[in-house]
Design a protein around this ligand. Structure first.
Ligand SMILES: [Zn+2]
Length: 182
């Protein structure tokens, strides 16, 4: 079901990066699947039609929404019928997540091999050589750089990895099911 994937935090984050209102628009659309009009969104989003169109155009650039352009033979004007492509959205988020997983796993390996240092605020993690060059003072906040707790860091990375893997399992199941129907 499309509503299962819309509420995943990685889907929400992905849409937020495209436009601050994209997630809201698609959540509304998900509950009104038969809708094809852009005007429909002006009221629930409380914005002008130009704003709605700008969000739809951004989503169209990614292939998440598509449209049919229909010419009115009398007036010569065009109307647009909009469609949501949940399959495409799922694929994009899945691939973005796979990329994140790869980076997190590389990080996990890196933190296993090197001693890392950071300040109380965790502005940034530095390897020993870099921390030594800064005389163990954070270049961002000037606080003392201390040894990063290896066990805690691994736990933190593992939690992030598990959360993303869980969401990708849901996305992959959704993709399998929608591909079966087509
Ligand atoms: Zn700092």
């Amino acid at each position: 079901m499309a509503s299962n994937i819309i509420n995943l935090s990685s889907v929400q984050k992905y849409l937020d990066n495209i436009d601050g209102s994209a997630f809201k628009l698609i959540s509304i659309w998900c509950n009104n699947k038969e809708n094809t009009s852009d005007e429909f969104f002006t009221q629930p989003l409380d914005c002008k039609i130009t704003v709605v169109r700008s969000i739809l155009n951004k989503l169209h650039y990614y292939g998440i929404v598509n449209y049919d352009k229909i010419k009115n033979e009398n007036s010569g004007w065009f109307t647009f019928k909009w469609y949501m492509d949940y399959n495409k959205l799922s694929k994009l988020v899945f691939l973005g997540n796979a990329d994140k997983l790869e980076k997190l796993k590389a990080k996990q390996k890196y933190y296993g091999q090197y001693q890392m240092f950071t300040c109380k605020r965790s502005c940034h993690d530095f390897p020993f050589e870099v921390a030594a060059e800064y005389n163990f003072n954070c270049p961002m906040c000037n606080d003392t750089l201390m040894h990063v707790d290896y066990v805690e860091k691994q736990k933190e990375l593992q939690t992030q990895i598990c959360a993303i893997e869980e969401e990708n399992a849901i996305l992959s199941l959704f993709l399998k099911e929608t591909n079966k129907k087509q």
